[in-house]
Design a protein around this ligand. Sequence first.
Ligand code: LLP
Length: 421
Amino acid sequence: MPDFRYQDGEFYCEDVPFRKIAEAVGTPCYVYSRARVIRQYRAFDSAFKDVPHIMAYAIKANSNLAILRVLAKEGAGGDIVSGGELYRALKAGIEPQRIVFAGVGKTDDEIRYALQTGILMFNVESSAELRAIDRVAGDLKTKARVALRINPDIDPKTHPYISTGLKKSKFGISAERALEEFKLASTLRHIEIVGVHKHIGSQLTQLSPYVEALRKMLELIEQLKEIRVEIRYLNVGGGLGITYQDETPPQPEDLSQALAPLVKDLKCTLLFEPGRSIVGNAGVLMTKVLYHKANPDKTFIIVDAAMNDLIRPSLYGAYHEIKPVREMRDKFRKHVLADVVGPICESGDFLAKDRMMPLVDPGELLAVMSAGAYGFSMASNYNSRPRVPEVLVSEKEFHVVRARENYDDLVRGETIPAFLE
Ligand code: LLP
């Protein structure tokens, strides 16, 4: 049975009606399906069962401790981009030996923390960073395992804000400089080269850029052999897209079929860093309709969730399907072309634009779909709005895995200095 579905006229997550969650927790709130997270994870993992590999879930997609614990129990590692994500990963029980650390701006403190916990490796993005890691590892009298992140200069054909593998992007070391950088790395006393890393972008709906980038990495690995640099890990990044509207992204099985012939003789462990494809369609943002407003040119459905809760529509023009929680079977119900907007004081605050949808009444609940990835994890307190709760559903049960913030939470850590008294 689908994890999100209508049953007896109402929308369900697993065996729990959304209405029941709204009654207990209020709105807006995020709702996640544990079964869906597990299914997505297993589908990816088992697609590569014949290849030695590590699944390093991209924690930035959804970093709630309970979600991380679900994945840790499946044996997942983690792809982290900050000390904070490392803290979360460890707290949730992800093994440090399965954690990789990416990002262009790692600080000394973060590098030290990662070395002390014994993570698998750093994905290094520049020679300056390589030297910093060497220095900090030297201070700790240890050696840091690293992969160099190579920018293959390939267009992933996705939104520019989530493309990372083009020459003009801030990420990675340019393919032309790769050998130089590996040579430098091999001279540093506290660095142990173990891998090559690439990640070309997110929400990829075509495999060809992925495969093209991989071919470049394989060529590089051959060249590295010639200078006696042995690569043990090939990290192919994350990026598989999901269906938000009508996209038909490749599935892990397709990726596996495309990759298998290329890597069959490679004596490397593959690393994957999927985020969105694991959790994206496992989460929903539930919101309540507050008002209708009809201007001469436009109908607005004003809801209690806003861009601070889910920024993807505002930031990327992203499409998220919106479903009424009470099933609208009546085809004669009035449909309108509407913008679904939140209470924030910005014209860019919308969850849907020019959407043909049933005219849902004030008080009705809506499910904003495909919000499990980069939803709560990108939420903010803009307009001094407390961040919303997160709820994890498991069959008949649901549990608040992050409480709704209150007004005290909003001002925690702020002080009025004595000279203003
Ligand atoms: N590995 C690296 C090095 C990454 O930069 C990312 C995502 C991932 C893995 C995970 O990619 P995924 O499998 O989730 O596509 N906020 C944007 C997405 C930003 C992605 C950033 N990097 C959004 O809401 O679409």
